[in-house]
Design a protein around this ligand. Sequence first.
Ligand code: FE2
Length: 380
Amino acid sequence: MTEVAILDGGRSLRLRAGKRSARFHAIWLRDNARDGETRSPQNGQRLIAVQDLPAATAVSAAEIRSGRLHVTFSPEGRTLDYEIPWLFGNAYDRPPPVREGWTGPQIETWERDSMPALPYARFETLRADSAALREWLERLIRYGVGRVGEGPVRVGALLEVVDLFGFVRETNYGRHFEVRAEVNPINLAFTGLGLPAHSDNPYRDPVPSVQVLYCLESSAAGGESRVVDGFRVAERLRDENREWFGLLSRYCARFEYAGQPGVVLRSRRPMIELAPDGELLAVRFNNRSMAAIRDVPYDEMEAYYAAYRRFGELAEDPQLGVEFSLSPGECFVIDNTRVLHARHAYSGAGRRWLQGCYADKDGILSTFAALSAGDSKDTP
Ligand code: FE2
């Protein structure tokens, strides 16, 4: 049984269905009408701007009929109807979040003991089976990392992995780049040195939000990969020392890369990026490309460095990271705004050859949403 009641002289209404109850404002309802004059029937895009609606928009009548909510708005005098599940699915009548660094229900942070095996699928399965692709993408979104195995061992195969969910982001390193020991490398990644946990390219704005690292050869000793949930690192820091978490989220760090002629990439962003309501949006962490920090007040710089150090210690904590080796034809995909990656040093006989490329998360989220039944048709 669904009931509706007009509140505040028509400024809002309350919808009740069983135990569910939510209030909606008249202006919100009017703006979100789904009729053909408000939204394009072809592509779902909104045809009106908010300033086209009367500022004094109010509900003059409301009723439930044929399982839908019918609302008459004044002063327009129009009656528009709404799907009740859509309204409850988009309800906003709840207390604002109070905990800084919160994450949505689609995300689950992890550490070594809670992540016995990284999400995995065979390349051909992902290519041939859209249900398997959808499931793998869901886990990639949930954990920020996924592996793909039994792929082709050929140059550029990583681009075929990106084709599964999105588009390559070309950069000054190329459409894709080689990760192997080089003479006179333009980046320390292209050596046999070990690399502490980091996110890639924090000096770009916007930062590439997905990275794929694909193995073509792996006969060298060492070179194991490690991934760490940077969101879990941020949560641990918050729970240990709220002030330190605040410093890394409140003040911007600076990142720079100028290791190649004609390239000077700089960004000014916090190591822990929060939405205005405290949602954890991104971490940026990379010792190689940190520039001089100059946006932290003098009186807080020492504490900022203590917080920065602690973040780095947590990122290296063996309890947090998951280690694995890549064989030829295997790759891993990471949310580069969340999951940090590291590698052990490698040397001696044998070869280690990975190819890497960047892409963006919107492709992953879009492909997942399109493969999921009943997803929202709202568009920007
Ligand atoms: Fe990297």
